[in-house]
Write a protein that binds this ligand. Structure first.
Ligand code: ROI
Length: 161
């Protein structure tokens, strides 16, 4: 299955957190890292009294189900010392399933496509770097969604891999 995962961090050397998370995704059971976006820097959405975020998107190929993958990603977040300090607050590592094939899921634990996908530039633009022509079920084509999502606060960083 073709799956896109959003990565974010704003604590404990965010860029290093993301690089290490990308390696962990490549090593994930029943999965393979296909491609990764550049790193992007942006001011926090939500409470402003926290550091800037670094975000990226990864594409993996996996035979894990969406819920199996979620459990794996949550374990990875914990392994990276994630603590949830407050709602919409700072975190060492955030891993979100953005898209799982063209599946639409909404249950107690999982919403796919990810809720913020169409309105968060730090998700949409790295995703567009990997798959501009992909369709987000119920929302439309990624390149078109970008046109309606201003990216003036988003800074693309040097690709490191
Ligand atoms: N803001 C930015 N810029 N990037 C994120 O990844 C991010 N993640 C979050 C909240 C707190 C909503 N703000 C964010 O969860």
């Amino acid at each position: 299955m073709r799956v896109f995962i959003g990565l974010g961090s704003n604590l404990d050397d965010p860029a290093a957190q993301l690089e290490s998370a990308l390696q962990a995704l490549d090593a994930l059971t029943e999965s393979q890292l296909i491609q990764r976006s550049s790193l992007y820097k942006s001011p926090p959405m939500g409470p402003q009294d926290q550091p800037d975020y670094i975000n990226a998107v990864a594409e993996i190929d996996t035979t894990l189900s969406a819920h199996e993958l979620l459990a794996q990603l949550q374990a990875l977040e914990l392994a990276h010392g994630r603590t949830r300090r407050r709602h919409w607050g700072e975190r060492t590592l955030d891993l979100d399933i953005l898209l799982y094939e063209q599946l639409q899921i909404a249950d107690e634990t999982l919403t796919i496509p990810h809720t913020g996908i169409a309105v968060r530039p730090f998700v949409l633009y790295p995703l567009a770097e990997l798959a501009p022509n992909l369709c987000v079920p119920g929302r439309g084509n990624i390149a078109e969604l970008c046109l309606q999502c201003p990216a003036d606060q988003l800074e693309k960083m040097e690709k490191t891999l």
